[in-house]
Design a binder for this molecule. Structure first.
Ligand code: ATP
Length: 405
């Protein structure tokens, strides 16, 4: 049987609950994971295959009227490894199905709008996995630490962000928020490496040292982000990031499990298989038609042996919820009201005009609960059997691949 590598699901081990204390986080720890770096890398490769399959299903579903999408929000201070997550985790899926947006210092045009304006423009369409490298959370992080707006302005944003994310979830987007947290010492090591290594110098921005000088203020600002915006509909997962391999395998797991929860199905064709087959085969000589039919039937048989029946079975992806610990956190509403500001519709002076038109209009497709947080996986012995079968198939597939190399 495959080694059980998660003794606690990252959904549980990393979720910022109401009592979460950032100061107590051991940033070189590997919560929930029982393996080492090599196990992590192997696990990632395994999950990558499933992730890729699920992403293709999501994409296909989106092309056929589906309303579901995923939004991965990545936050973290400089050198925390945000870019590595994009490359290593999202690099495992078809780039066609991914929309990536990075949010730097706002432009003049962006500053003239509500802070969510630029965010809304980049939200993933149905069928897509959107990835935000930094996000609207900068508007309660750098905006607070650098006093870019007054306290009463950024304080109101927590509740506003919660409402905004709730609407997104209601319209079919699963939101996964990850904060990569590395230690003060590890950040120094990474910055020094950037300064010293000619092939990394391009990444160093002298301004990163000014940000580093405000480390404690940023820790306080992040603590409040987790306190006020880790909601049941869009919880925060705080990822210790000193070990890059751990952050990658953990986020791979979070995204894969979110897709397993969505359980996107291959869309049914809007045409009749028999009619299309007949029509196509009538375009060639009968002998060739027969040969083609036999060849494709053989290929399908081989594919089934290699990949297993789960590609065809409607329910099997749902059963995969139980693969190597798919536990989900029970609902634990964080106090998103108790942030010193009541949940009012007021906004920054420059924001009021765009807000009303934008917030709800763009994301009100259909009401569907998307949260990955509250659903418990219920899989009986049947699904475990299925898991074993799948493990065996994966191994077979891998050894075949190795053989090919
Ligand atoms: P990164 O550090 O994210 O890998 P980078 O160093 O190349 O990227 P940019 O992407 O150009 O830099 O911009 C990141 C910077 O933009 C960060 O310092 C961040 O705090 C700042 N920033 C992002 N959003 C805002 C915002 N809403 N207001 C002010 N500054 C912001």
């Amino acid at each position: 049987m495959a080694k059980k590598l998660w003794d606690t699901s990252p959904h549980l081990a990393l979720r910022a609950g109401p009592d979460f204390a950032l100061a107590a986080l051991d940033r070189s720890s590997t919560p929930g994971f029982t393996g080492d770096k090599a196990d992590g890398q192997e696990r990632m490769a395994d999950r990558g295959e499933l992730l890729s399959e699920l992403q293709e299903r999501l994409f296909a579903d989106g092309k056929h009227g589906g309303t579901r999408s995923v939004l991965l929000i990545i936050q973290g201070l400089d050198t925390a490894g945000k870019g590595g997550i994009v490359r290593h985790v999202m690099g495992m899926v078809d780039p066609q199905g991914v929309s990536l947006a990075s949010f730097g210092v706002p432009t003049k045009e962006e500053l003239a709008h509500h802070y969510l304006w630029r965010i809304k423009k980049e939200l993933p369409e149905p069928g897509k996995i959107g990835v935000f490298d930094r996000s609207h959370y900068e508007d309660v992080l750098v905006a607070r630490v650098d006093n870019l707006v007054e306290e009463q302005v950024w304080r109101k944003r927590y509740a506003e962000i919660n409402r905004f994310e709730q609407r997104l979830v209601d319209s079919g987007t699963t939101i996964i928020k990850v904060a990569l947290m590395c230690s003060y010492e590890e950040q120094a090591r990474r910055i020094l490496e950037r300064i010293e290594r000619p092939d990394k110098r391009w990444k160093h921005n002298p301004g990163d040292l000014d940000t580093r000088a405000k480390w404690d203020e940023y820790q306080d600002a992040y603590q409040d982000v987790f306190r006020y915006t880790s909601t049941d509909h869009a919880p925060w997962y705080v990822v210790p990031a000193d070990k890059k391999w751990y952050a990658r395998v953990a986020i791979t797991e979070l995204v894969t499990q979110a897709l397993i929860d969505i359980d996107p199905k291959w869309p049914n064709p809007r045409w009749q298989v028999a009619v299309q087959r007949r029509r196509l085969l009538s375009t060639v000589e009968p002998e060739l038609a027969k040969h083609l039919e036999e060849t494709v039937a053989e290929q399908l048989k081989e594919a089934k042996e290699e990949y297993g029946d789960y590609l065809a079975l409607k329910d099997s992806v749902a059963q995969l919820k139980d693969v190597d610990n798919g536990e989900r956190a029970p609902a634990t509403t964080n106090s998103d009201q108790d942030n010193g500001e009541k949940d009012t519709e007021s906004s920054d002076s420059s924001e009021s005009s765009s807000k009303k038109s934008g917030d709800s209009a763009e994301h009100s497709v259909t009401k569907k609960s998307a949260g990955s947080g509250a659903k418990d996986s219920k899989a009986g012995s049947g699904s475990k059997k299925n898991t074993k079968k799948q493990d065996k198939k994966n191994k077979k597939k891998k050894s075949k691949k190795k053989g090919k190399k």
